[in-house]
Design a protein around this ligand. Structure first.
Ligand SMILES: [Zn+2]
Length: 201
């Protein structure tokens, strides 16, 4: 099996997929890849879950703007539609802001495998979750388990806008097309998405 963990010299820590990453309508783990419909809950099936959430602070209400699970193959396809330059700029932005390995070592508590500290603030800006108007959370899974890597993480609206600005017009166009072809999102939702759709893992 070829997962990103292979590059690290230790066994990945896993835990049951936490509720916050469940399908919010069905109240259970995502079963299929949004794009290719592959069944995901089999051991050895790597995939990503992503959710965009709007936080109505004054009413203490949260709304899921969109959510999905995407298998690794479809994730790769998605990355390949972006230009090399765009990907490099995003990666550089990311790596200049955080040290993934340091973060993993700091947050990973092997006894509790508690995900709260992983997603209680913006990965890039450090803004507490409750203070954000909108944010995105991502995690990596394998079958019925969530894997601790650089994920899970949370990225706030401001960081998402900054990252989206790093994309070339060409990459934006190609991601738009990819979203249209694979996700079939209704126009209202697309408008709602704004920059959110440009930033993926
Ligand atoms: Zn897929």
């Amino acid at each position: 099996m070829n997962t990103p963990e292979d590059s690290f010299d230790f066994t990945p820590e896993m835990t049951e997929i936490p509720e916050i990453f469940h399908n919010s309508l069905e109240k259970k783990p995502f079963e299929r890849c949004l794009s290719c419909n592959k069944y995901l809950l089999e051991d050895g099936t790597p995939y990503i879950i992503e959710k965009a959430i709007r936080n109505y602070k004054e009413h203490q209400v949260k709304d899921v703007i969109f959510e999905y699970a995407l298998c690794m193959e479809c994730t790769e396809n998605m990355r390949q539609v972006m230009s090399k330059e765009s990907l490099q700029r995003m990666e550089h932005y990311f790596m200049s802001q955080i040290d993934p390995l340091e973060r993993q070592l700091r947050l990973l508590n092997n006894e509790t495998l508690n995900i709260d500290p992983w997603i209680d603030q913006c990965l890039i800006k450090g803004t507490p979750r409750e203070e954000l108007d909108e944010y995105q959370i991502c995690c990596q899974c394998d079958g019925k388990n969530m894997v601790f890597t650089i994920m899970p993480y949370l990225v706030g609206g401001q960081a998402i806008e900054e990252m989206a600005e790093l994309l070339s017009a060409k990459s934006r166009g190609e991601i738009d097309d990819f979203m249209d072809n694979n996700f079939g999102l209704p126009p209202e939702l697309k408008k709602e998405l704004g920059d959110f759709k440009y930033v993926l893992f």
